[in-house]
Design a protein around this ligand. Structure first.
Ligand code: ADP
Length: 761
């Protein structure tokens, strides 16, 4: 039978092995405590299972080698330690699954349960009648060849081996498939730790106590390394450490070789030239040669090695300058992202990178737009809560690695969706772009070439590049705003032009209508007048004229006259529209013009019991124009004043000279103002009343009639007046505080006519 307990040395009565085993168990408890303390959200149960099994295993070992404990208990403890040891890789697999954030499939868990059962059964094989209940008795009756102890051992070792190989394989696979250097480094720790643990546990299967003790040591180191990524965020890069060691090692060998060569050369020289060179000189020469060789060869070689093995940006200042020059004049974000990442690729050798641009949303969250720089990138935008710890870090200007975001304590409370979206970008480092403490975006950089992590120096360099990017981005935003504004303006212009075209068309339709209507109405009207005249003649020939018929006839004539007026106004308007109004100019005295305009209206004014005041008009210049037309225009304005002033109101006419200076031009004007105490005109109607057919307010408010209060015509008077006055180079407009039929604020119409001498015309 195989000796089942290795003999640990006893020193001064102290059982070294037990102390070792228990000490190791305590160490693992300490590690567990550190892991718990180092994490915010508590240690995952997988870690508890694994550590628990490890501690149990060590405890069982301590009992198994404890001299003085009854042999049966020791034997049982030793046997169970073997079971627990074969279970340990299963715990490790759970741990690794948790670590890689992958769930073990159900069948794997089932297989583990099966393995545990087999290990337990196998543990009962080596029992013999003298040690306890015997499966081995059954074994012997069946005459199965070999020692049950060996079988038991072999089975459990096999289970342990398979589990360990699976765990290591899984980690190795993960290492090869993870391309983010920091994540990879984390896996590398786990791989190294698991490898050492496997080696240590492997040694525990050997029967030699010194190997077993060594195995515990190795396992202790392994389990410590295994626990590091669970309890610590920032881990030195294993690759860096390895390469650094390699650089120093190689360079050390080179230096030694160099010194050795010099010494050998000196020895050879001494042998060929014995006693020629004094000893002091010889040693001095050797020292000088060593210093020079070190200076010229050794140190440059060391630096070269370090540069090869530990890459860094050659000339950071030049890189920043190049970056700035490349992006400074760009005016759209796509071009910016392309150019920026081209330079970043040259500088850091990355293969993946995007520009993130943040836009604040109505709900205060930020939307991140992805602008492609290098490699593939998802198109859908990301969303960050206003209180996202990731966003906060960026707002403070801190660059973050995906690794920090994934494993950092502070970021665990971030919305998992935010983290997942960032993970999908496949980048390694996020460098915030800020202007005046406002977060504009991020440079999101993929892994450096050679799967190196970004060093603190790299991050500094990138921070200054981000600053330059911020300036360019602000520029782009300004230009974009301007472009948007321009586009909007162009749109509005187009709308305006469309509206103008429509109005023009409408206006043409109106003109057309006036033309046709006036022509078509004229002929029947002439007939009506003709027949009315004929009727009048016939009536006058009768001996006893019929009074009622005469009244009817008069009404007929008045109506025909009014109609004629309207038609002739329509004709005039159509002439004005066609710019075909004929003007026959003569010299005109303003008082004459006013008198001629007002005289025919005196009857109406009297009828309405209104007062007409014509203020003295002396010393006014003579104007030059078509008297009939101007009388027509002015009369219309006065007629309106009569119409829209209640009975008993006052109409005042005033005239004055307006100097060129006051008029803001080069000609003097004569101003004729017609002021009334009427109902007034709303400011918004004041320009419109000069348009054809425009009437203020609803039609029911008006009565018909040439002089009746509020008697409205077809809305042609003022357009006609304006047409005539403008044809003379003048202007007409109205001023009124507003429309009010009760308080009657009144209106004043101003007519300006240019003072032109005959020679100027
Ligand atoms: P109408 O043939 O209706 O008189 P006008 O072109 O002469 O047409 O005037 C247009 C409209 O302007 C009138 O219907 C009236 O509402 C308003 N209006 C013109 N003159 C005055 C005024 N002196 N006071 C108040 N409203 C006026």
């Amino acid at each position: 039978m195989v000796n089942w307990t290795p003999g640990f040395p006893i020193w001064n009565g102290v059982q070294i092995g037990v102390i070792l085993a228990l000490g190791w168990g305590v160490w693992q408890v300490g590690l567990l405590a550190r892991m718990v303390w180092g994490r915010e959200e508590g240690l995952p149960w997988e870690a508890w299972v694994y550590s628990g099994l490890g501690i149990l295993w060590q405890g069982l070992w301590a009992v198994a080698i404890w001299q003085g404990v009854p042999p049966l208990i020791r034997f049982t403890a030793w046997n169970l330690a073997g079971v627990v040891l074969s279970l340990l890789p299963m715990g490790a697999l759970l741990w690794i699954g948790r670590f890689l954030e992958r769930r073990l499939p159900r069948w794997a868990l089932l297989l583990m349960g099966l393995g545990a059962g087999v290990a337990l059964i196998a543990a009962t094989l080596p029992y013999r009648p003298e040690t306890g209940p015997a499966l081995s008795a059954w074994w012997n009756t069946r005459r199965i060849p070999g020692d049950p102890v060996l079988w038991s051992w072999g089975i459990r070792e096999g289970i342990w081996g398979i589990g360990t190989a699976l765990g290591l394989g899984w980690l190795g696979w993960a290492y090869l498939h993870i391309h983010r250097p920091l994540h990879r480094n984390r896996v590398a720790y786990e791989f190294l730790g698991a490898g050492l643990v496997a080696l240590g546990e492997g040694l525990a299967w050997t029967p030699r106590s010194d190997w077993i003790a060594l195995g515990w040591g190795i396992r202790g180191i392994g389990i410590t390394i295994l626990a590091l990524p669970m309890g610590w965020l920032e881990l030195p890069s294993l690759r860096q450490v390895g390469r650094s060691l390699l650089a120093w090692g190689l360079s050390g060998i080179l230096q030694i070789g160099l010194v050795w060569g010099i010494l050998a050369g000196a020895a050879a020289a001494r042998a060929s030239l014995p006693g020629v060179v004094p000893v002091g000189l010889e040693w001095g020469g050797i020292a000088l040669a060593i210093v020079l060789a070190q200076w010229w060869i050794g140190w440059p070689l060391h630096r070269w090695l370090r540069r090869r093995l530990l890459p860094a940006v050659d000339e950071p200042a030049a890189a920043v300058r190049r970056y700035g020059q490349t992006i400074s004049n760009l005016l759209d974000v796509e071009a910016l992202a392309q150019a920026a990442f081209t330079v970043l690729q040259e500088t850091f050798g990355l293969r993946q990178g995007v520009l993130l641009l943040f836009e604040e949303q109505p709900d205060a969250s930020l939307q991140a737009r992805v602008i492609r720089g290098l490699g593939e990138a998802p198109d859908d935008p990301g969303r960050f809560a206003p209180d996202s710890p990731i966003l906060q870090a960026w707002q403070e200007g801190r660059s973050l690695t995906q690794y920090e975001i994934d494993f950092g304590k502070a970021f665990q409370r971030a919305d998992p969706a935010e983290r997942r979206w960032l993970q999908r970008l496949g980048v390694e480092l996020f460098v915030p772009i800020r202007a005046q403490a406002v977060l504009l975006g991020c440079l999101a950089l993929g892994a450096r070439s050679g799967a190196e992590a970004y060093s603190p120096a790299d991050r500094d360099l990138l921070a200054s590049m981000a600053e330059q990017t911020a300036a360019v981005l602000q520029n782009i935003h300004l230009v974009e705003d301007l472009r948007r504004l321009n586009a909007r303006m162009a749109e509005l212009n187009e709308d305006l032009a469309r509206a103008a075209r429509r109005l023009e068309k409408l206006d043409r339709v109106k003109t057309h209508f006036i033309e046709i209507a006036s022509h078509e109405l004229r002929t029947p009207l002439t007939h009506i007048r003709g027949y009315a005249d004929l009727l009048a003649e016939t009536l006058s020939g009768q001996d006893e004229p019929d009074g009622s018929l005469e009244r009817i006839l008069q009404g007929l004539r008045r109506a025909a006259l009014r109609l004629e007026e309207i038609i002739s106004a329509m004709l005039d308007i159509s002439q004005i529209d066609a710019e075909a109004l004929s003007i026959y100019p003569i010299s005109i005295q303003i008082p004459t013009l006013v008198r001629m305009a007002v005289e025919p209206l005196e009857g109406a004014i009297a009828e309405r019991r209104q007062k007409l005041i014509v203020e003295p008009m002396e010393g006014l210049p003579v104007i030059y124009g078509d008297l009939t037309r101007l009388v027509q225009a002015l009369r219309h304005v006065v007629q309106n004043a009569i119409k829209f002033t209640p009975d008993g109101g006052t109409i005042t006419l005033r005239a004055r000279r307006v100097s060129a200076e006051e008029a803001g031009g080069s000609t003097d004007y004569v101003e004729i103002a017609v002021q009334d105490t009427g109902i007034g005109i709303d400011p918004e109607d004041q320009a419109l009343i000069f348009e054809k057919f425009y009437r203020v307010g609803p039609i029911e408010r008006h009565s018909t009639g040439a002089i009746k209060f509020k008697g409205a015509g077809p809305g042609l008077g003022l357009p006609l007046a304006r047409g005539i006055i403008e044809a003379h180079g003048g202007r007409i407009w109205v001023e009124s505080p507003g429309y009010d039929e009760v308080r009657c604020p009144g209106s004043t119409f101003y007519i300006w006519l240019p003072v032109v001498s005959r020679s100027e015309d």
